[in-house]
Design a protein around this ligand. Structure first.
Ligand code: NAD
Ligand code: SER
Length: 316
């Protein structure tokens, strides 16, 4: 049975990934690293926890030793729009935190999953069917930390056989924890407004396409990649994956099937728009499909239906 440490376990992905990992591997075999509130309800009662600032190597190493950890999911990061306002912090958490995880993983022979992002691409990258191996010249500090993270993770694998694996997540849509300050957050926020019967101010222009994914697919991706047969992996850091690509109008029109009176107005956020304009429209995820059988299960229609069902139960 695996012994897992999740760093940044109380964020948008970590909240749900920790629950899923505990349901697979057992609640006492998954240690949830926490850093800052808010903490999910019942967080400290649900299984082992540890305060971990990813910028400090000792708490990571101490926790790995104490619980005999063999796999680390490193989710600590400052997301794209927030990092642009505090680039130094974005760098210290994104790069400093990863380097600490890599060194601990090397010393204690742990597998390490650290998500990359569509943010690892930039304005020079081919926008449609973006290949697995292509130009990566991002113009955000977030993207720079992701490219560095991909390269240095491959370096640790090639030089010291550290079992590093990663995916380039698209914008993630979910209904448990709120997103943490990214460019794609609008695709979550719009659902909360629709279900509450409020007008949604969209920060991203009509016609701006980005890759997106529903959280259940994102969790499958992380776990299935970490369970994949290493002999089949030609790539490691990091795989293109996607589930859908849409612009705000397509999402709005899909939600209007459930709420015909729902109103969306545009109030463009210049920073988020600038970032979104630099990211691809739609990734090609063939390598993930071929090397570890990646496939998504939710499209725009099924994701929208499930989001609305779940949020109605949560909010009303
Ligand atoms: P989030 O902002 O919701 O959560 C990040 C977590 O990191 C939080 O729990 C926060 O408390 C923690 N954290 C911040 N600074 C820390 C530090 N110094 N030490 C330890 N923990 C710290 O982010 P998320 O959406 O859950 O993203 C997780 C990972 O997935 C990140 O690497 C992110 O770049 C990547 N990703 C997310 C998305 C998405 O749409 N959510 C898309 C692409 C990639
Ligand atoms: N959802 C993330 C962001 O917008 C993508 O990495 O920052």
């Amino acid at each position: 049975m695996k012994k897992i440490l999740v760093i940044g376990s109380t964020g948008q992905i970590g909240t749900e990934l920790s629950m899923r990992l505990r349901s697979i591997y057992g609640e006492n075999n998954v240690v949830c690293g926490y850093y800052a509130p808010p903490y999910p309800e019942g967080f400290f009662e649900a299984g082992p926890t540890a305060y971990i600032d990813a910028q400090q190597i000792n708490p990571i190493a101490d926790t790995v030793r104490k619980y005999n950890i063999d796999t680390i999911y490193n989710l600590a990061a400052i997301l794209s729009a927030t990092a642009e306002k505090n680039p130094k912090l974005g760098w210290e958490v994104g790069v400093g935190g990863l380097m600490n995880c890599l060194d601990v993983a090397r010393e204690y022979k742990c597998g390490l999953f650290t998500p990359s992002s569509i943010g690892a691409f930039g304005p020079d990258t081919p926008k449609d069917h973006t290949p697995q191996d292509t130009i990566q010249r991002p113009n955000t500090i977030y993207g720079i930390t992701k490219v560095l993270g991909e390269l240095v993770s491959d370096y640790y694998f090639k030089h010291w056989q550290v079992d590093t694996r990663s995916v380039r997540y698209p914008g993630l849509i979910s209904n448990v924890a709120l997103p943490g300050g990214g460019t794609t957050d609008y695709a979550v926020e719009i659902f909360y407004k629709a279900v509450k019967g409020e007008v949604f101010e969209c920060p991203i222009q009509a016609g701006t396409f980005m890759d997106m994914m529903y959280m259940p697919d994102a969790l499958d991706a992380a776990i299935n990649l970490m369970e994949a047969n290493p002999a089949r992996l030609v790539h490691r850091n990091a795989f293109n994956i996607t589930a859908m690509s849409f612009d705000p109008e397509m999402l709005y029109n899909e939600i209007k099937k459930y709420y015909p009176d729902f109103q969306m107005v545009y109030n463009i956020h210049p920073l988020k728009q600038h970032i979104a304009d630099s990211w691809p429209n739609h990734l090609d995820d063939t390598c993930a499909r071929e090397e570890w059988d990646w496939q998504s299960h939710y499209n725009l229609e099924s994701m929208t239906k499930d989001m609305i069902d779940k949020l109605k139960r949560k909010l009303l």
